[in-house]
Write a protein that binds this ligand. Structure first.
Ligand code: NDP
Length: 317
C-alpha cells in the first residue's frame, strides 16, 4: 500500500475507509471488516454521529490482536459549532472519548464556517457566527495548541479554498498538513492540488465514488459517476470494477482517498483498488471526461439565511 509522508516523516496509508452515513448497527462491523481486509486508515467526524460505534469497532480489532493502536491512522474533524478557541480542545476530547483513543493521528477543521455552540445544523441567520465573531485564525490557533499538547499528531483542514488557506498563513505557526476536499474525475481540483503541493499540504479526496447514498431529491438529476461510460470502459479494460477505477485514479495522483462502504464485499473490493494501475491513456480519458460536477455543493451552509457565500468555500465562485 502506497503511503503519503508528512514533513516529520510520519506516514499516512493512501487508502482509508470513509464513515459518513455509515449507519448505527452497521459501522462497528464495517470497521472490523475493513481492518481485517487490510485498511489502516479510518476517516471519522463528530458530525457523522457514529464515532462511539466506530470506536467499538477499533476496540474489537485491537482486542482480538488484528492490529495495535499505532498500526492505525485515525482522522476526525472539528464540527462547525465548536470553532471558538475555548471549544476546540473539549470537542477533540469528546471525540477521543467516543472513539476510545487517547490521541488522533489527524484532526481537521471540517468546514471554514462557524455555528453557534447549541446548533448542530444551522438554518436561520441567528444560528451562525460571522467571521468577525469567530475568525478562522482563532480556530486555527486552538488547533495548533491541541497539536502541541499531543492530542492530535497532525492538524489540517477540510473544504478550504486557496483564499482560506492563505488566511491561515497570516496566522503563522504550524500550517495545515492536510486539506480534505471532494475530488474525482468530475472534479479534479487541479488548481487546488497545485497550490497544496507547492505549500507541502497533503490532500485527501472525499466522495470519490460520487457519494451515491447522499443524494436527496434535489440531486436526482446529478450526473452519475460510477456508471459513467468512460469509467466503465476503463474498468472493463482492466477487469476491474468502476469503483476500483475511481479509487485508483486518486492513488495514481498521490492523493489519499476514503471511499465509504458498510458492505463486506465492497470494503474488500475497494481495498484491492490499491493493486490497480491506471496507464497514461486511462488518465487522459478521465481528464477528457467532459463533465464537471460537485456533489457536496455546500449550498446547505450558504444562501439568504447565512452570512457565508459559496465563494467562502470554493475557488470557482
Ligand atoms: P463515496 O463516494 O465514498 O460513496 C459511498 C457510496 O458508494 C455508498 O452508497 C456505498 O454503498 C457505495 N459504494 C462503496 N463502494 C462501492 C463500490 N465499489 N461500487 C459501488 N458502490 C460503492 O461517498 P462519501 O460521500 O461517503 O465519501 C467518502 C467519505 O469521505 C465519507 O464517508 C467521509 O468519511 C468523507 N467525506 C468528508 C466530507 C468532508 O466535508 N470532509 C464530505 C463528504 C465525505 P455501501 O456502503 O452500501 O457499499
Amino acid at each position: 500500500m502506497k503511503k503519503l509522508e508528512f514533513q516529520n516523516g510520519d506516514k499516512l496509508p493512501i487508502l482509508g475507509l470513509g464513515t459518513w452515513k455509515s449507519e448505527p448497527g452497521e459501522v462497528r462491523k464495517a470497521i472490523v471488516w475493513a481492518i481485517e481486509a487490510g485498511y489502516r486508515h479510518l476517516d471519522c467526524a463528530k458530525i457523522y454521529q457514529n464515532e462511539k460505534e466506530v470506536g467499538e469497532g477499533i476496540a474489537i480489532a485491537i482486542e482480538s490482536g488484528l492490529v495495535t493502536r499505532k498500526d492505525l491512522f485515525v482522522t476526525s474533524k472539528l464540527w462547525n459549532n465548536a470553532h471558538k478557541a475555548e471549544q476546540v480542545r473539549p470537542a477533540l476530547e469528546s471525540t477521543l472519548k467516543d472513539l476510545g483513543l487517547d490521541y488522533l493521528d489527524l484532526y481537521l477543521v471540517h468546514w471554514p464556517l462557524a455555528f453557534k455552540s447549541d446548533v448542530t445544523f444551522a438554518k436561520e441567520p441567528e444560528d451562525f457566527h460571522t467571521y468577525s465573531e469567530v475568525p478562522l485564525g482563532e480556530t486555527w490557533r486552538a488547533m495548533q495548541e491541541v497539536k502541541s499538547e499531543g492530542l492530535a499528531k497532525h492538524i489540517g483542514v477540510s473544504n478550504f479554498n486557496q483564499n482560506k488557506l492563505n488566511e491561515l498563513k497570516e496566522v503563522g505557526g504550524q500550517q495545515p498538513e492536510m486539506n480534505q476536499v471532494e475530488m474525482h474525475p468530475f472534479l479534479p481540483q487541479s488548481g487546488l492540488v497545485d497550490y497544496c503541493k507547492s505549500h507541502q499540504i497533503l490532500m485527501t479526496a472525499y466522495s470519490p465514488l460520487g457519494s451515491p447514498d447522499s443524494r436527496s431529491d434535489k440531486h436526482e438529476n446529478d450526473p452519475k459517476l460510477l456508471s459513467n461510460p468512460i469509467v466503465k470502459e476503463i474498468a472493463t479494460k482492466h477487469g476491474a470494477t468502476e469503483g476500483q477505477v475511481l479509487i485508483a485514479w486518486s492513488i495514481t495522483r498521490d492523493i489519499a482517498v476514503i471511499p465509504k462502504s458498510t458492505n463486506k464485499g465492497r470494503i474488500k473490493e475497494n481495498f484491492e483498488a490499491s493493486q490497480l494501475e491506471l496507464d497514461a491513456e486511462d488518465l487522459q480519458k478521465l481528464r477528457d471526461i467532459g463533465i464537471s460536477h460537485r456533489f457536496v455543493d455546500g449550498s446547505f451552509f450558504t444562501g439568504d439565511n447565512s452570512p457565508y457565500t459559496l465563494s467562502d468555500l470554493w475557488d470557482d465562485h
